[in-house]
Design a protein around this ligand. Structure first.
Ligand code: MN
Length: 290
């Protein structure tokens, strides 16, 4: 199989706060070359680089807000997030856990620093990813997958292991169910470890170095922590060598080739459907959440 070459490497841009609890660097869709059509099915990625929060008596986070038409995937690397939604889902996302929320026809939810983490403060690092749904599933029932780290399959590689959150790696299937083909892995590699990943050429593929520093496809230039790498839609195989103890989030998904109409927390196929989402939200059809 041919090598899948790097298309671009993005250092983190300026950080902004989502609510008062999530300090993030947006990569998808705001960075040049990472718009929704290029990155489909991945239509939004906020990366919260490691950031120290001091102790706080108030819970920092984002208050009640709606979503329709896609899934939100939250991966906690440091710190803990508490979450509640109007479909009755909720829980605590701890270090290494993943929350896969299918908003689909619509939910209200809120996301906060978990109470005991808030009180003690500490390092916080997370990713929030939005995965689009195909038109036929956008109005399906909401659901919620709480994926604790202990339940995520871990595939050993030389001097490391790969957590298969979704999709498949070396014959091991991931924990999350998805509507379209999506591979989502956390690779944990010790310094000097090498691993190889293969995805169909047409899949949109990217990674983010969450910890450490890596070499990709034997290049001279290294990719440092907090950097995002976009791959070309040619070739299949990616070689990764950790030049430090590293953690890497790897994403590859089959493009959903449908029109995208997006406004704030709603991502649909047409403008008409966006108007309907606002109408339904205002009419209270997303349920209730205090
Ligand atoms: Mn949200």
């Amino acid at each position: 199989m041919a090598i899948k070459a790097i298309e671009a490497v993005y250092p983190p841009g300026p950080a902004h706060f989502v609510g008062d609890g999530f300090r993030v660097h947006n990569f998808i869709p705001s960075r040049h070359g990472l718009d929704m059509h290029r990155m489909t099915p991945f239509i939004m990625m906020d990366y919260g680089a490691k950031f120290h929060f001091p102790p706080s008596d108030s819970l920092k986070g984002v208050g009640v807000h709606p979503h329709r038409g896609f899934e939100t995937v939250t991966i906690a690397y440091k710190g803990r997030v508490a979450h509640h939604d109007s479909a009755g889902g909720g829980g605590i996302i701890g270090e290494g856990d993943v929350q896969w929320m299918t908003a689909a026809s619509g939910v209200l939810h809120k996301e906060y620093h978990e109470e005991s983490f808030s009180k003690t403060g500490g390092d916080f690092q997370m990713v929030q990813l939005w995965v689009n749904l195909p038109a036929k599933d956008k109005m399906s029932a909401p659901k919620y997958q709480a994926i604790e780290n202990a339940s995520i399959p871990k595939v050993p590689v030389e001097n490391g292991y790969v957590e298969v959150i979704a999709g498949e790696f070396q014959g091991t299937k991931g924990k999350a169910s998805t509507f379209t083909p999506v591979h989502l892995f956390n690779a944990h590699l010790q310094s000097g470890a090498k691993a190889e990943f293969s995805f169909p050429a047409a899949y949109n593929t990217c990674l983010i170095v969450v910890e450490g520093e890596i070499r990709i496809n034997d290049a001279d230039e290294l990719v440092p922590v907090d950097h995002f790498v976009l791959f070309e839609n040619e070739g299949e195989t990616i070689h990764i060598e950790a030049t430090e103890h590293s953690k890497i989030l790897i994403l590859s998904g089959e493009p959903i080739r449908e029109p995208i109409a997006s406004h704030g927390p709603f991502v649909m196929n047409t403008r008409q459907e966006i108007m309907q989402a606002f109408h339904d939200f205002e009419a209270g059809k997303f349920g209730t959440l205090n």
